[in-house]
Design a protein around this ligand. Structure first.
Ligand code: GLC
Length: 455
């Protein structure tokens, strides 16, 4: 009898041990760590205030130059894809130039693809030969990126693909280049996966993330990509996501992690949500959440030579202003060429952002949506800095009348000026409204900003 009792208590102890670190909170959602909401807010403060980052998608796919998913889209096997590895020779790679451009554009953080779905590593990993050090580049390109961006005062982010179309143990699923001719042919997968062992890949993934977070000093952001749970997909169990996230937080306690690990059941399974390539209209839905929208200059993330749908300066500005005015961040993507340079179209886009941000960044940094008591003038957008008590009116439609009416603003402000040059804008009261006199000639900014100093 005693023996049985002892056995039971042992079993109980074992169960308790198993569940250590995974506790259930009031909303019946699980949690992995013990951070309070206040602590999280503090940890993320620089990111929330910074609002604007640079995404960099760079890998072997820059050589085919027809989308970073080319290996999937054209069902290319490792042998055929090898030519891109053999030809990779980024002779113009100068990350200091990238960092200077990011800084000039007003970007406060950057996120580089250390490995994308194709599996090629820009860093010197001891767990693979499929890495930059074994190409003509002959060096750790991630290290150079880190040093260059850090020197410009830009926070360092790593993108790391959970998916890997090169690794021999990564099982073939609906997105794999070697998937059956008919993607949904469930019966065809087991034979294709003979000899592949996802547990080995899982360990590889864990080891590489550990390397990335151990060998490059303080890393500010980890952008893991992505989960697609379901029968022919992959999700948290395939990545062993809970233990992976624990390891990430252990190695880099201050790090900020995206939401693509498929840990939606956990209160702290992600730090921010990542609406991808959505419209400005859709961004309004995210107000109140912690979020970052990721957007390309053109349709693809990797360098795409013949892609011509480049966003205009106005569209890019709209994305940045709309993100801030709904309490979120924008990360804009550059896909450098295989030689390691930003394409001239990306340079133009960045230069135009740099001009606007030079003059108007105060309406972005540390700003968010305005209190509801301030009506938004027709066609314009508002951002608001609670610390300095300033409200910004982004003039999407420049008033031809020479006046700007602020309905219901009487008694709410004590001074008005253009933000780009601190030149006064005189105003008078009209009932409950204020009427600002605006020069007929539009300032040389696509979207000029009026700064209102609040009472
Ligand atoms: C996607 C794509 C990808 C890109 C990423 C950026 O899920 O797979 O190519 O890296 O999103 O958000």
């Amino acid at each position: 009898m005693k023996k049985i009792q002892r056995l039971f208590s042992l079993l109980f102890l074992l169960m308790a041990l198993l569940f250590t670190g995974i506790s259930v909170n009031a909303q019946a959602k699980l949690s992995i760590g013990r951070e309070t909401a206040r602590q999280k807010e503090k940890r993320m403060q620089w990111w929330t205030e910074g609002r604007f980052g640079m995404f960099i998608h760079w890998g072997l796919y820059a050589l085919p130059a027809r989308h970073e998913w080319v290996k999937n889209r054209e069902r290319i096997n490792n042998e055929t894809y090898q030519k891109y590895f053999d030809e990779f020779n980024p002779d113009l790679f100068e990350p200091k130039k990238w960092a200077k451009e990011a800084r000039a554009a007003g970007m406060k953080y950057a996120v580089l693809t250390t490995k994308h779905h194709e599996g090629f590593c820009l860093f010197d990993s001891k767990y693979t030969d499929y890495k930059a050090t074994n190409t003509s580049a002959k060096r750790d390109l991630v290290k150079e990126y880190v040093d260059a961006f850090r020197a410009e005062g830009i926070k360092i982010g790593f993108y790391y693909s959970l998916i890997d179309w090169h690794h021999p143990d990564f099982t073939i699923d609906k997105y794999h280049p070697l998937r059956p001719a008919n993607d949904d042919d469930t019966a065809a997968y087991p034979a294709l996966n003979k000899g592949r062992n996802m547990a080995i890949y899982r360990k590889y993934l864990y080891n590489q993330v550990t390397e990335l977070l151990s060998n490059y000093g303080k890393i500010d952001i980890l952008w893991l990509d992505f989960s697609y749970p379901g029968k022919l997909g992959k999700g948290k169990d395939d990545w062993d996501a809970v233990n992976l996230l624990k390891q990430i937080r252990k190695l880099q306690p201050g790090i900020i992690v995206d939401n693509r690990l498929n840990l939606e059941d956990y209160t702290d399974g992600a730090d921010f949500v990542t609406p991808e390539q959505v419209s400005t209209k859709e961004l309004e839905k995210y107000k109140g959440k912690v979020w970052e929208t990721c957007q390309t200059f053109s349709g693809s993330w990797g360098y795409y030579r013949d892609e011509d749908t480049w966003k205009t300066h106005r569209q890019l500005l709209d994305l940045l202003i709309t993100s801030t005015s709904n309490g979120g961040n924008l990360i804009l993507n550059v896909g450098p060429t295989a030689r390691g340079e930003f394409d001239y179209r990306a340079n133009n886009a960045l230069d135009s952002m740099a001009q606007w941000m030079h003059a108007n960044s105060k309406a972005i940094y540390n700003c968010t949506y305005a209190p509801e008591t301030f009506l938004v003038p027709d066609n314009d957008k508002l951002t608001y800095n609670a610390a300095t008590k300033r409200l910004y009116v982004h003039l999407f439609e420049y008033p031809a009348s020479g006046t700007l009416t602020l309905k219901g603003y009487k008694g709410k402000i004590k001074y008005a000026q253009f933000l780009h040059d601190d030149s006064e804008l005189q105003y008078k009261e009209d009932g409950n409204d204020l009427i600002l006199t605006i020069p007929i000639k539009k300032p040389r900014f696509e979207i000029p900003v009026v700064e209102l100093v609040l009472n």
